[in-house]
Design a protein around this ligand. Structure first.
Ligand SMILES: [Fe+2]
Ligand SMILES: [Fe+2]
Length: 273
C-alpha cells in the first residue's frame, strides 16, 4: 500500500540514450503501487512523445494508476491553454491528467497542479519576467492557442500560477481528517532552488512559506530544478523528487532519486529518509 511521486522523468531523453530509469527499481514495487504520480516533465512534445512514454511506463504499472501533472516541458511544441487535449491524450493512452486534482486514498489526500511561478522571488517581478522571457525555452516553445498561437509570455504563466495557488489555498483550507500531500512541478520555497542565486530563479520557484505555515500539509513534493534539496517548514517536509536528465544521473543513483517520493500508506506519516 504505497504511492510514488516522482518528477522530471524526461523519459524521451532517457529512451533516446538507450537508458531505462525504471530498470533500476524492483518491478514488484512498481506493479504494487496504488498510484504513481508524475510531477511534470514527462517528455517534450506531448502529442508525439507522451504516448511513447506512457507505453513504456505501462510495461511496469497499470496506467490506470498513473497520474500526470504537466510540467513546463510537457507543453513544448504545444499550447498552454488546451488542457482538454492533454486530458484526452491521457484518456486515450491510459493515465489520468492530474491538473488541479484531488486524489483520495483512505486517509491520504494528494492535491496536485503545475503551479508555475509569480516571478516575485527576488522582489522585482518586472525584471524577473524580462530575464525569463529572454533566457528560458518555455517562452520560445510554448504557444497560446487563444491568442493567435503567439509565443507565451511570463505574464501568461504568472496568471496560471495565480489560479493554481488560489486553487491550492482553497483546497488546503477545507477540513480533512487525514494526511495531505501537495504535489507540484514548480518549487514553493526560496531555499531549495540551487547552490547559487541565479537571475532566472524567479522562473523556477516562488515563496509560498506563508501558505505552508498556515496549512501545514504533511509534505510538499515538487521537481523542475533537478536539484535534490529538502527542508521543513513547521510540520511540513518539502522535498525535490526529480529524476533529471540522463547525463545528470549516474547509473547507481537512479533508484535513490526515483524513490525520494515514496509514500507508505500503512505508516502514519513520514517519507523515506
Ligand atoms: Fe525538468
Ligand atoms: Fe521543468
Amino acid at each position: 500500500m504505497s504511492v510514488l511521486v516522482l518528477a522530471d522523468l524526461h523519459l524521451d531523453r532517457w529512451l533516446s540514450e538507450g537508458r531505462d530509469p525504471f530498470a533500476a527499481l524492483d518491478p514488484d514495487l512498481l506493479a504494487s503501487l496504488d498510484a504513481l504520480f508524475l510531477a511534470g516533465d514527462v517528455a517534450n512534445k506531448p502529442k508525439v512523445r507522451w504516448p511513447k512514454a506512457f507505453a513504456h511506463i505501462g510495461k511496469y504499472i497499470d496506467l490506470r494508476r498513473v497520474h500526470v501533472i504537466p510540467g513546463n516541458h510537457d507543453y513544448y511544441d504545444f499550447v498552454l491553454d488546451d488542457e482538454l487535449r492533454l486530458a484526452k491524450l491521457c484518456f486515450e493512452h491510459g493515465p489520468h491528467l492530474a491538473q488541479r486534482s484531488v486524489y483520495l486514498n483512505g486517509g491520504l489526500r494528494i492535491l496536485s497542479c503545475t503551479l508555475w511561478t509569480d516571478f516575485r522571488l527576488h522582489g522585482d517581478p518586472a525584471t524577473a519576467m524580462q530575464v525569463a522571457q529572454a533566457n528560458m525555452n518555455d517562452y520560445r516553445y510554448i504557444r497560446l492557442k487563444n491568442a493567435g498561437y503567439r509565443r507565451i509570455r511570463p505574464l501568461d504563466t504568472a496568471n496560471i500560477h495565480s489560479d493554481h495557488r488560489m486553487w491550492l489555498e482553497e483546497r488546503l483550507a477545507e477540513p480533512f481528517a487525514g494526511r495531505t500531500v501537495v504535489v507540484t512541478h514548480h518549487c514553493p520555497h526560496p531555499d531549495l532552488l540551487g547552490d547559487i542565486r541565479r537571475e532566472v530563479d524567479p522562473a523556477y520557484g516562488s515563496d509560498l512559506r506563508f501558505l505552508i505555515e498556515t496549512a501545514q500539509p504533511e509534505a510538499w513534493l515538487f521537481g523542475h530544478t533537478h536539484y535534490h534539496a529538502e527542508t521543513t517548514v513547521g510540520r511540513t517536509t518539502l522535498r525535490n523528487v526529480s529524476l533529471g536528465y540522463p547525463d545528470q544521473v549516474q547509473p547507481a543513483e537512479e533508484a535513490k532519486f526515483l524513490l525520494r517520493g515514496l509514500i507508505d500508506l500503512s505508516a502514519q506519516s513520514e517519507l523515506p529518509a
